[in-house]
Design a protein around this ligand. Sequence first.
Ligand code: HEC
Ligand code: HEC
Length: 451
Amino acid sequence: MSPMRLPFVLCTLALAALSAAMSGCGSHAADTNASGATQAPATNAVANAAPQAQTRAEVFAHVKQMTTLGEKLFFDPSLSGSGKLACASCHSPSHAFGPPNALSVQLGGNDMHQPGFRAVPSLEYLQSVPAFTRHFHDSDDEGDESVDAGPTGGLTWDGRVDHGSDQARIPLLSSFEMGSTPAKVAAAVKASPYADDFRKAFGANVFDSDDKTFAAVLQSLEAFEQTPATFYPYTSKFDAFLAGRAKLNDAEMHGLQLFNDENKGNCASCHISQRAKDGSPPQFSDFGLIAIGVPRNRALPVNQNPKFHDLGACGPERTDLKGQDEYCGIFRTPSLRNVATRKTFFHNGIYHKLDDVVRFYVERDTNPEKFYPVSKNGAVDKFDDLPKQYWANINTGPPFDRKKGDKPALDEAEIKDVVAFLDTLTDGYDPAKDKDSQKGIGIGQMKSASN
Ligand code: HEC
Ligand code: HEC
């Protein structure tokens, strides 16, 4: 049984702008992020630009200005140290804002040769990711708020920031990503064709200090990332199916059933496939941070050092939970919407085909030799990317509850069907253009068949 998480309405932007005028967004206004340090400048930027007592219409007009600027910034390589790398270089709009290629990690830095050590996540469907918390209690979980779903939420694979504006600071300043500085970013914006629009949106004094400009840049990027039609359109075949406008073919429907079935894939226990109780569409993630023991990606330069381990929430990128063993090896469950547009999977980008990912789930424990190094004497170095003292964190629920030699939870034909179902989660489906959209099984038949 998995908790359903209510979408976390993105109120922070509008709220910061509106001060206390808008009700319903409540406590998020006072959120501090995980590191606690970087919230103030961004909020100030909006406060500067949005004097007290704005009307709702004025606030939304301001958000719109920021969104337009954010889009320009997102595609502008001049913000980077090399002048060659934009956000969009790694977060490709034609790949659901995920990686444009099959590389495990992308290259960046001033010489464009510095490898990162994590796969580029999609930027779509992040609007429902809750702020990071160590103990997630969900009032929607069959009314029982006492259930602790554990560490949940936050942006990046390890959940270390809560807001798009704080997130954007990371790649802009990282030596292996955009390798820039607030001063360079400010100079680039000042010299850009959209400098005047910046003054219009943030006030004539926005270029008075680099910090002010940089904060406005971060806020604009966050606004852009919250554009519904671009970042959470809900236009997949599965959405059309849920709305009764398309049917799933046999393979897709079988795949969905295997995805949901606790005794088969059990995928939906983490990648939630049902509408939330408020009727909002499924996000295909519960946003929990979980250790699933993904194999070490030996192709990553950083892993040439045998002592290096990317331990997710307990470090090294994230520092506030350092030394707390229970957070070691855990990474945020990604949404599977648009997952078929990717060619790189898991936090370290080890797999490049969806069927390999599904095979890992169902054969990790039955046939570990397929995924982990095997020594000459035949011993399998299982969970080779996580030091043994953290193994207690590794998930052993279904389909990870099998033993060596057991029958895998899914056979090859079933793996194929799960992949066929995952293909229905890609946005941009139009039932009117699919001559087969009414062939197969509709939502009505599905309900009576399996719920
Ligand atoms: C060199 C490639 C690269 C560039 C350029 C880049 N990113 Fe990223 N982005 C990544 C990687 C890798 C991660 C995952 C980082 C982690 O987990 O530590 C990420 C994570 C994110 C996330 C969090 C996604 C999630 O699932 O929580 C957001 C938001 C984001 N980037 C926005 C941006 C913005 C905005 C820019 C431009 C200012 C940008 N990125 C530039 C590689 C890049
Ligand atoms: C116990 C929770 C859990 C279950 C059950 C689960 N997943 Fe995941 N899934 C995760 C987590 C956590 C990650 C990220 C792991 C990492 O990168 O270290 C992930 C990542 C993925 C990815 C990679 C996505 C990307 O963008 O890189 C795919 C694909 C995926 N899961 C599909 C499935 C399928 C199919 C099933 C059922 C066979 C399944 N998952 C069952 C938690 C779960």
